[in-house]
Design a protein around this ligand. Structure first.
Ligand code: ATP
Ligand code: LTN
Length: 334
């Protein structure tokens, strides 16, 4: 009998088009998406269905979705080798989410901390979609029979619930879904706010000086780095409790590949002024090729749309197999 080639393990991840990704998103998540794509069979989605759980301006949402797709190509994801798609262009996601809603308990959803946080933030729009958000995320993952899901700490609870829902469904109907594991790769960088180093850098921070957007121009990056909060010690050294300087050193280290000891030696006897300029230059160089490719892609939106259409077609084909199984098991007429 012919030997089946071993199936590569599949990874699925997604990012919401809720704003331009920050340097934190890039160093902590997106950069790893590219390195993982060499070893795994990867599927990456722009999660626009998730984005409408918070009210969006339609023209902005459309533009940001295409921008984010272009940015995924610009960081180096090859749409021929990976599945890169826009979630709303693949109907199976909403279809499976509905079915899974009926296998998810109200009580377990009520315990989700992101729901509690977001409903406090958007008290005037606590919609049912916001409540069911983790079920749609479960559908994203289970449709592709993903083995691993790289997620940050904030999404761990959602992956747990995905595993619970999948296990419950399998318990009733047999092995329909692969139970996904969290992907624990090499420690992704955790980048902190430049203004409040005890908080993570976040694209929805109302203080724009707190984050560096992946599309900030060199002069904006320089200005934000110069304004970054440090302390009065004027000593570039990585030590417990020195949030601001540790964060800048972490960013510099990530962008240059230099270990902390080397950075300390390099800036021995120099003030924060010189160091902040060096950090800014390293970030500018890190982002420059990505930004150049991004602007090229955005100048050719037809290409971006056609890549997205091809990605959606392939994603539809793969995910339909899982959906068909589910529909059959549940008792729908096929
Ligand atoms: P928002 O501000 O809209 O809540 P966010 O910037 O916090 O968004 P998410 O869209 O929730 O980011 O996260 C996308 C991915 O980026 C996740 O995998 C998350 O773990 C990672 N990530 C987000 N912020 C950082 C950060 N400051 N450092 C490292 N990784 C991060
Ligand atoms: N909720 C995630 C985005 C997201 C996701 C997913 C992540 C949507 N579907 C499936 C991993 C797998 C976020 O806001 N970071």
């Amino acid at each position: 009998m012919e030997q089946q080639p071993e199936r590569r393990k599949r990874i699925l991840s997604a990012i919401q088009p809720s704003g331009i990704p920050t340097l934190g998103n890039y160093l902590g998540a997106l950069k790893n998406w590219v390195s993982m794509s060499e070893e795994y069979d990867c599927a990456y989605a722009v999660a626009d269905l998730h984005a409408i759980t918070v009210r969006q301006n339609p023209a902005d949402l459309r533009h940001r979705t295409l921008e984010l797709y272009a940015l995924l190509l610009a960081i180096g994801l090859d749409p021929e080798k990976n599945l890169v798609f826009i979630q709303s262009q693949v109907p199976t996601h909403a279809q499976l989410a509905w079915v899974l809603n009926c296998y998810t308990q109200f009580g377990e959803m009520s315990r989700m901390t992101q729901f509690k946080d977001k409903s406090a933030q958007h008290a005037d729009n606590v919609n049912v979609g916001l409540f069911a958000y983790p079920v749609l995320m479960a559908a994203d993952i289970l449709l592709y029979q993903a083995d691993f899901v790289p997620v940050g700490a904030d999404q761990k609870q959602h992956l747990e619930i995905t595993r619970d829902i999948a296990g419950r469904f399998n318990g009733i109907y047999g092995n329909v879904f692969t139970i996904p594991e969290p992907y624990i790769g090499k420690e992704g960088a955790r980048v902190m706010s430049l203004q409040e180093p005890e908080k993570k850098m976040s694209k929805s921070d109302p203080n724009v000086n707190g984050f560096i957007s992946m599309l900030d121009t060199p002069d904006v990056i320089l200005r934000k780095c110069k304004r970054a909060v440090t302390d009065s010690e004027a000593r570039v050294a990585y030590e417990e409790g020195r949030g601001g300087i540790n964060n800048l050193m972490g960013i510099y280290s990530c962008c240059t590949g230099k270990p902390m000891a080397q950075i300390e030696a390099e800036f021995e006897g120099k003030g924060y002024g010189d160091f902040k300029i060096a950090v800014a230059e390293a970030v500018i160089e890190e982002l420059r090729p990505v930004q150049e490719r991004f602007h090229e892609y955005m100048g050719n939106l037809d290409y971006i749309r056609s890549c997205a259409a091809k990605g959606a077609e392939a994603a539809q084909r793969i995910s339909q197999r899982t959906l068909d199984k589910v529909m059959k098991k549940v008792g729908f007429v096929l």
